[in-house]
Write a protein that binds this ligand. Structure first.
Ligand code: ZN
Length: 399
């Protein structure tokens, strides 16, 4: 079988790879014309260069041994289009990816399309997990197994054993899960979600009914309330029905809701206790220097945090979050979105997809620290600026 070799342009604008092009060409020569002389081979190759492309122009400039010796030719070719070194990820980065790899609850027991092939979601997950564990070089150990298992939906992990010695055993066990059982779990989850929704609907209807019944009573009560304690929309106020006929039950229900509105009260200064909690939190995960060792400690901090809180914890004073190395020191008037100086989060030029953008958790933690402690490190902070780069990573200047 002869493969089709795409033309080589050498213009660096496309995703072509000079080395892979040479390999494909060689494969083809081996299969079709074993006897080709060097000069012949070079001549054949020239027919695979895009017309008027940088590659063809380069070829036309060749002379002497370049056109008669395959070795000399390929050496020159590789020197002209040096291979890209691919970006390699560190073991820690693969470990983080592994920790974030999960099966969404609503996809338990479902079938996914991979290419043209239909595979079970849990099998796809197990294959990806083993691949990441192998890349992270932890596949022969039990490292991270229980943390990753904990991130899986309960419907999956409850079917698994307590302990696995290595990643092969663990992912094999996931792959081997009974699809009948998983589908049953899926039905349970869907059933549960439907019941939850029904319950919520009913509750909502009840609340509406209570609201309507108490509007009259409410209007009178509202006049006695201090401004700012509770916000009531005009729609409710104008909904006046019959004057006070509300039962005691309904009145007490209203009081409960009133209590839950306290989050709407105006700004209250942080208490000493809050300040102390945040201070202590910052000591828990010291900001690391921007070097290899610092990066390693930072990864370990993230793993520790994820292990303790999982993926979805709301950030509070009691959930201090690790700070990314290389970014501005905390409480220094920095942008909470990207951790640099010179602008605020609202005007941050980065977007959610930028690599320099901080995680939502870190953004929330930085905002919280600043709210509680104020910009206490502003005068001593080392100035960190956001620098714009183009796709070739050339500096376009500081923002
Ligand atoms: Zn920013």
């Amino acid at each position: 079988m002869v493969e089709v070799i795409p033309l080589f342009y050498g213009d660096r604008t496309t995703a072509e790879n000079a080395n892979d092009f040479l390999k494909a060409f060689n494969r083809n020569i081996l299969l079709t014309n074993l006897q080709a002389m060097d000069a012949q081979k070079i001549d054949i190759l020239s027919n695979y260069l895009g017309t008027d492309s940088p590659a063809e122009k380069w070829y036309q400039s060749l002379a002497g041994a370049h056109l008669t010796s395959w070795d000399v030719f390929t050496q020159a070719f590789k020197a002209r289009w040096p291979p890209h070194t691919s970006a390699t990820q560190t073991s820690e980065e693969y470990q983080m990816e592994l920790l974030a790899l999960t099966i969404p609850e609503n996809e338990v027991g479902s079938i996914k399309l991979v290419g043209r092939q239909k595979v079970w979601m849990h099998v796809k997950w197990a294959e990806e997990a083993l691949e990441l564990a192998t890349l992270a070089e932890i596949e022969t150990e039990s490292t991270l197994i229980w943390q990753v298992k904990k991130q899986l939906p309960k419907a999956v992990w409850k079917l698994l054993d307590d302990k696995y010695l290595d990643w092969k055993a663990f992912t094999d066990a996931v792959k081997g899960l009974s699809t009948t059982k998983l589908q049953e779990e899926r039905e349970d989850i869907q059933e549960h979600a439907r019941r939850e929704e029904e319950r919520e609907q009913k509750l909502l209807q009840k609340v509406e009914a209570v609201k309507r019944a108490t509007t009259a009573n409410l209007t009178a009560q509202l006049q006695r309330l201090t401004v700012g304690q509770v916000t009531v929309s005009r729609a409710n106020m104008s909904h006046t029905t019959k004057p006070s006929t509300a039962s005691p039950f309904l009145t007490s229900r209203f009081r409960l809701q009133q209590g839950s509105q306290t989050t709407n009260t105006p700004y209250t200064p942080p208490t000493e206790e809050q300040k102390e909690t945040v201070q202590k939190g910052l000591e828990r995960y010291p900001h690391q220097p921007h070097d290899k060792e610092g990066q390693k400690v930072y990864t370990a901090q993230l793993v520790a945090w994820m292990t303790e809180h999982g993926n979805v914890t709301k950030i509070t004073e009691r959930t201090p979050y690790p700070l990314r190395p290389g970014t501005a020191v905390i409480c220094s008037g920095e942008c909470y979105c990207c951790g640099t100086h010179g602008h605020g989060c609202k005007d941050c030029p980065t977007s959610e997809v930028d690599a320099v953008r901080l995680s939502r958790n870190e953004t929330a933690w930085r905002a919280l620290c600043n709210r509680v402690l104020g910009p206490v490190n502003k005068s001593t902070a080392h100035n960190i600026r956001l620098v714009a780069i183009d796709e070739q990573e050339n500096d376009l200047g500081s923002l």
